[in-house]
Design a protein around this ligand. Structure first.
Ligand code: PLP
Length: 361
């Protein structure tokens, strides 16, 4: 079997895979109501929130689209803070819904500077919505100042929408304590579950905004999701098998304990960073902002980045992710989120070493 070291989809434990093979149930029946109520309550614990939370049948991008469709009006100015490719995705979605994205771009590899966010909000007093990526998977950077960003948004009366797709469950996100209004994650990142589900939490302030927004939404209408969840259901047929998997994965996660999971991710990230440096390679993310879920590594000029990925996969059984957009061929990304053991990291580092040797021979 290949060692899948990409930042999603991530490996699922056997017991989780098997849980997904169970017989179908009626999604309008009592068994499903038990399932969705249990999973929603457990997800809220991981999100550290008492806010409403919805399990949508969609990839993470669907969760992002739901956040925009429910909270952004056509013609409305939105501050989109971008530190990589996924931040840019928010810009595109806002445009599609007729919004007016004000982009605050930071150089790829760097984290967002909250002072710059404050400057823009001071300049544009009509901005009511801010979007930020917590963990930028394309560059391996975590915006560790999320709490400060949230404070700035609050003092400027702005709703804060957070893409926490590749951080939640692996890196602490304190939704209520930091007062994050809309928070998004996705099943195939740190949740040890197959792709197919997005999770979105909404604060009271988000519901107030929602009521003033007239953007078109049908499948991603969160108010409808709320009405159905009150009955233990979803508006349309959910990905029942993936929800079976999620139920099992959450059981495993609570057995391990959230703090232990965070500590394990930090330790594995440190192991990966140390190992990469000791092979003479350079990290792409600026020091202090390196992500605990994905490590981005500069590919030396002497090496063909695409050949590196191909040899690691075909000869050393390890799948790394390449760079996206402008980073294609310039970096590779080593995923260490979700179901990860020390052996996975060691095997991944060994594959990097052997691939480099092969390319240099
Ligand atoms: C993976 C990811 C997305 C996109 O999620 P999909 O499930 O591929 O739609 C968005 N943002 C971040 C930070 C991600 O890691």
């Amino acid at each position: 079997m290949l060692n899948l070291r990409i930042p999603g989809p991530t490996p699922v434990p056997d017991s989780v895979a098997q849980a997904g093979a169970a017989d179908m149930i009626n999604h309008r029946g009592p068994e499903f109501a038990d399932l969705i109520n249990r999973s929603t309550a457990q997800l809220k614990e991981v999100f550290e929130t008492k806010n409403d939370l919805f399990i949508l049948t969609a990839s993470g991008t669907g969760g992002m689209e739901a956040a925009v469709a429910n909270h952004v009006n056509a013609g409305e100015k939105v501050l989109v803070v971008t530190v990589g490719v996924f931040g840019k995705r928010f810009v595109e979605i806002v445009r599609v819904f007729g919004g007016n994205p004000i982009e605050l771009d930071f150089e790829f590899g760097r984290a967002a500077d909250p002072n710059r966010i404050e400057e823009i909000l001071d300049q544009h007093s009509d901005i009511r919505v801010v979007m930020v990526t917590h963990n930028e998977t394309s560059t391996g950077v975590t915006n560790n100042d999320l709490k400060i960003v949230a404070e700035i948004c609050r003092s400027h009366d702005c709703l804060l929408i957070v893409d926490a797709i590749s951080s939640l469950s692996s890196i602490p996100v304190l939704t209520d304590e930091w007062e994050l209004d809309v928070v998004i994650s996705g099943s195939q990142k740190g949740w040890m579950t197959a792709p197919g589900l997005a999770f979105v939490s909404c604060s009271e302030k988000a519901w107030e905004k929602n009521a003033q927004v007239t953007s078109p939404r049908f499948y991603f209408d969160l108010l409808k999701a709320k009405d159905y969840l009150a009955m233990g259901q979803t508006p349309s047929t959910p990905a029942v098998s993936v929800m079976f998997q999620l139920d099992k994965a959450l059981e495993i996660m609570f057995d391990e304990g959230l703090q232990n999971i965070y500590a394990r991710h930090h330790r594995h990230a440190q192991m990966t960073r140390d190992g990469i440096r000791s092979l003479g390679l350079e990290l792409f993310a600026e020091e202090g902002s390196e992500s605990d879920t994905v490590t981005s590594v500069r590919i030396p000029d002497s090496i063909d980045g695409l050949a590196f990925l191909e040899i690691a996969r075909s000869q050393f059984g390890t799948v790394f992710a390449g760079g996206q957009g402008p980073l294609k061929g310039k970096i590779f990304r080593f995923g260490h989120l979700g179901f990860v053991t020390d052996e996975h990291i060691q095997q991944g580092l060994s594959a990097v070493e052997k691939t480099l040797q092969q390319l240099h021979s």
